[in-house]
Write a protein that binds this ligand. Structure first.
Ligand SMILES: C[S@@+](CC[C@H](N)C(=O)[O-])C[C@H]1O[C@@H](n2cnc3c(N)ncnc32)[C@H](O)[C@@H]1O
Length: 322
């Protein structure tokens, strides 16, 4: 039977974890982008936590660290400076990111003291899917505007950003023990390689097997990870907030990660019975995945409210199994 240990305190120092004991680091730390004005997301974690995590990992152990496009370069430098080897960057791609742009041409009108023209009305509709049903919320009627100044007209349609459709996950590794080969390191510590076997993508029904020597379990998983099926006919108002559709009603964590996605990382980085560490567990998605896939788990969360949610989710995951 696997175990989980969770702590409602700051992760710095990871005082409750034995050195060289952890098989994988899987974590979604603050991105430093003040997401939805959350105070805990104002800055990137101090580099010290990566030094701490490295000490707790077994030689050759892998880590998967979520990041944001705008600041992943800083996170990568911090991880590398702390002693990790950067192995890859996985792209978790999804379709329901909202473009956070605005019509700059209307701002130009305002700046020039020209009133933009009214160009009809629209109703703002928000939609999401939960338990198989679609829910829509229509807000007040809003006015459409079009630029009226000459400069505004020239720059009509200019904006500030693209629709976000992926989040990077930095794949890192603690160096192998000196003088050990990968095989020797695996024998000694159970770490040093990825679990490719468990994450193979099965061939589609009716699809001919590819290559000269196709593996019966399917293809090797790519570094692009999808949780949505990509279809041309995707309806842009069918914009499910990334994971709310599968969330428990009591889970209000703003940056909740889908358990399905965490399962992929759990399977890729570990084998059954191994120990996963998440210093920034939020509502505990890493731990839920670890428990459901028979891995041990240690997690830290600073906020009491999020900790309570994580505790309940982990308990529920364990209750379904044991
Ligand atoms: C991006 S969220 C993780 C969300 C998580 N993946 C989930 O699915 O719920 C990061 C979490 O780190 C927590 N946090 C920030 N600083 C911390 C620290 N020093 N120690 C422990 N937790 C911290 C925040 O409260 C926040 O809940």
């Amino acid at each position: 039977m696997v175990e989980y240990k969770i702590y409602n305190k700051s992760c710095y120092g990871l005082p409750d974890v034995e050195d060289n004991s952890v098989h994988a680091l899987i974590t979604d730390p603050p991105y430093g982008i003040s997401f939805q004005n959350n105070h805990w997301d104002k800055s990137l974690p101090d580099k010290q936590i990566w030094v701490d995590a490295l000490n707790k990992l077994r030689p050759g152990a892998f880590g998967a660290v979520f990041s944001a496009v705008r600041l992943m370069h800083r996170m990568m430098v911090d991880l590398e400076d702390s002693g990790f080897i950067i192995k890859d960057v996985l792209f978790w791609s999804y379709l329901n990111g909202m473009p956070k742009s605005r019509d700059v041409a209307l701002d130009i009108d305002k700046e020039l003291g020209v009133e933009s023209k009214k160009a009809g009305t629209y109703k703002y509709v928000q939609g999401y899917k939960k338990d198989g049903a679609e829910h829509y919320k229509t807000e007040d009627v809003k006015h459409k505007k079009t630029p009226a100044s000459e400069k505004g007209k020239f720059f009509k349609g200019s904006g500030l950003g693209l629709k976000p459709a992926y989040e990077p996950i930095i794949l890192v590794q603690k160096p192998l023990e000196k003088k050990l080969s990968v095989a020797q390191n695996m024998i000694t510590y159970g770490t040093g390689a990825l679990n490719i076997e468990q994450t193979r993508i099965p061939y589609e029904k009716g699809e001919g097997k590819v290559g000269h020597n196709p593996h019966p379990k399917g293809r090797v998983a790519a570094n692009i990870v999808r949780t949505d099926a990509f279809e041309d006919g995707y309806d842009k108002f069918f914009m499910v907030p990334k994971v709310r559709q599968h969330a428990e009603d009591y889970n209000n964590h703003p940056t909740l990660k889908p358990v399905e996605l965490m399962h992929h990382l759990t399977k890729l980085l570990t084998w059954e019975g191994q120990l996963i560490l998440d210093p920034f567990m939020g509502s505990g998605s890493t731990g839920v995945s670890a428990s459901l896939l028979s891995r041990n788990f240690t997690g830290y969360e600073l906020s009491e409210d999020y900790f309570k949610i994580a505790k309940r989710r982990l308990q529920e995951a364990h209750d379904t199994l044991f």
